[in-house]
Design a protein around this ligand. Structure first.
Ligand code: PLP
Length: 387
């Protein structure tokens, strides 16, 4: 009988706890999911039209490995127009979402035994990317009293001769936190002083509330930053798999080796639709409408959660998540998430899915209709009142 082998680094990759919960929920009836980290909106019409036109115009061929020049130019222009940052086109690489951008940064910059500082809690893929790169993940705790931002002094203490990269993600998944400019500057200074890369994953940059501003890390440490960004959340294009990375030209050149042979390029007509997304006014109007709708839902969730006993929400300024403290229930995060699914038919994500320091929290996504949010929170209130 054939014996099946798999490489140890693949064995080490954890199955997402989020998916396990979804699988359980999919076997139940009348479940409301506040678990999904994906816009519930359709892609704006002008972008879909651009993709259809591109197909008819013959955008059906192989593309240059770095991406279609029109899109790389549009991305560079976008940074100049929206953020006042000059990005040479050679520093842009079109990727299959921010996921690929992140993977390329880990794989091309880290070697066996290198250390990478990953916040805790943090989005799920970084710790797994580190395993594949055979790098050592050093977790930097984020605390609610610091608004889930890194403490630069604590970061300094974690730096060793082996530290090569630190990961940042603001606006943040799972906490909804944003980054203050003084902290961004302090981290940029540390990265420059110690010659450390910053992988800054910024796919939620357009979803900001109550006057919060986006701080693009590349502005503060241009020679050290690898920026990962995506069309997925901004333009509700998760299934299109379109993103990009911006990094110093030499790094991009090395990333392309891996990208070209292992991953393959994003479909040419999708890249052309990306040009329309960035350049046409209609898509930016759609983004602002989505932002306004998220802003309403965020208010609603924060207001309604105040009536739910034992649950204390951290007030997020960005993304579309609420990270809420559940310690007063006396339950652990995973136990609570399972209990809530069984008792109320509501899916939330346990904070521990994002790292051990997420213990005592749950993540609620408000990328779902207002009526679902109202119903889910009213069910939560009912079962928690009975606790
Ligand atoms: N980074 C963060 C922080 C995310 O939340 C997500 C998706 O949820 C991604 C990256 C992956 O996004 P993409 O669809 O661009 O690959």
């Amino acid at each position: 009988k054939h014996k099946y082998f798999v490489a140890n680094r693949i064995n080490l990759i954890q199955r997402s706890k989020i998916r396990e919960l979804f699988e359980r929920a999919s076997k139940m009836e009348n479940v409301i999911s506040l678990g999904i980290g994906e816009p519930d909106f359709d892609t704006p019409q002008n972008i879909k039209d651009a993709a259809k036109r591109a197909l008819d115009e013959g955008w059906t061929h192989y593309t240059p490995n770095a991406g279609v020049p029109e899109l790389r130019n549009a991305i560079s222009e976008y940074y100049a127009d929206h953020h006042g940052i000059e990005i040479p086109v050679q520093n842009v690489l079109v990727t299959a979402g921010a996921y690929e951008a992140t993977y390329l940064a880990f794989e091309s910059l880290l070697e066996d035994g290198d250390e990478v500082i990953i916040p805790d809690p943090a989005f799920v893929c970084y710790a797994e990317d580190a395993k594949v790169a055979e790098a050592k993940a050093i977790r930097l705790p984020l605390r609610e009293e610091n608004d889930f931002q890194p403490d630069p002094d604590e970061l300094l203490e974690l730096i060793t001769k082996k530290t090569r990269m630190i990961v940042l993600n603001y606006p943040n998944n799972p906490t909804g936190a944003t980054l203050d400019e003084d902290i961004a500057k302090a981290i940029a200074d540390i990265a420059q002083d110690y010659n450390i890369y910053i992988l800054s994953d910024e796919p939620y940059e357009h979803f900001l509330y109550d006057g919060a501003k986006h701080i693009p890390m590349i502005k503060y440490a241009p020679d050290n930053t690898i920026l990962a960004n995506s069309f997925s959340k901004t333009f509700a294009m998760t299934g299109w798999r379109l993103g990009f990375t911006i990094a110093p030209e030499e790094i991009i050149r090395d990333m392309i080796k891996l990208h070209a042979y292992i991953i393959g390029n994003v479909a040419s007509f999708v890249q052309i639709a990306g040009v329309a997304a960035l350049r046409e006014e209609a898509s930016w109007k759609a983004v602002e409408n989505m932002r306004k709708e998220y802003a309403k839902r965020r208010r609603l969730v924060l207001e309604k959660l105040k009536e739910v006993p034992y649950i204390k929400a951290f007030e997020p300024k960005g993304a579309f998540y609420v990270f809420a403290n559940i310690r007063e229930t006396g339950m652990k995060s995973e136990e609570f998430a399972e209990w809530l699914l069984d008792k109320a038919g509501v899916v939330v994500i346990p904070g521990t899915a994002f790292g051990p320091n997420g213990e005592g929290y749950i993540r609620i996504s408000y990328a779902t209709k207002q009526e679902n949010l109202l119903e889910a929170i009213s069910r939560m209130k009912k079962v928690l009142e009975g606790l």
